[in-house]
Design a protein around this ligand. Sequence first.
Ligand code: SAM
Length: 268
Amino acid sequence: MLLENIRILKKYVNFRLKSKPRGGHGIHSPFVYDLYTNCIDTKQKEAIFEKIETLRKELLKNTNHIPRSNFGFGTKVIDFSEPTVGSVIKNSSTPPYMGQLLYRLAKYLKPQSVIEFGTSAGFGAMYLANGNLNAKVTTIEGDTNLAKIAQDNFNKLGLNNVTLINGDFEMELPNILASTEKIELVFIDGNHSEEATMRYFKLFSERSSTETLIIFDDIRWSVGMENAWNTICKDKNVSISIDLFNCGMVFFRNGIVKQHFNLRYSPF
Ligand SMILES: C[S@@+](CC[C@H](N)C(=O)[O-])C[C@H]1O[C@@H](n2cnc3c(N)ncnc32)[C@H](O)[C@@H]1O
């Protein structure tokens, strides 16, 4: 764990040295400049954020145990006992600053379809769905107990643009691709292995259009995830890749020179 923390710290120092300062100075792509200054790096608060975070506070206090999941709960914390609901939420849910970014991306880009891999308790999906209430959000979670918690959260917020599928990504992917007319916003936040990430990228990028955005969470989760991210950035169909350190985004926009950006976005 210590070596892993040192690896990430080194990466972070390197990232800070290479990344553009906040404010958008030095971003020469009009598309990326606008996206950064009017969407990614704004601190605008919305009333819905508080409602979502009230649900998180309640769940963090939940000391009920849930059976260990075959899907690993999406956390690096090694715990051989049955975790509590609160600890799963603490260690694997999308944090508020990342949720707010998802909300703003959905609001700014107005995708008609949103697909999330890895629902957990539904925090990412709640931010995405509220960012564009007209979007059809499909979110997939393998663990049945987490899927129930997520559905309960969607009901509490009265969200009727979210479809939750309790299943395995691999099994559900063909149906999802077949039933989604245009792939517009995809958030991949589960099964963080190099092979799986590359497979999901390939399948979604084959269906991409100029409007498609794919967001990969935890691109520095492991050496394998970093390899996948670096390969994805070089893919000939990717026109814009944006590295925010914890997550990465790729666009497939037509008529734009291929470019990579390291941009700062943090909770601070
Ligand atoms: C990091 S968590 C997702 C966090 C969530 N996006 C949020 O906004 O809070 C990853 C989730 O992916 C699920 N998962 C991992 N591999 C999966 C697979 N192959 N099929 C279905 N679910 C999977 C895990 O059960 C876990 O709940």
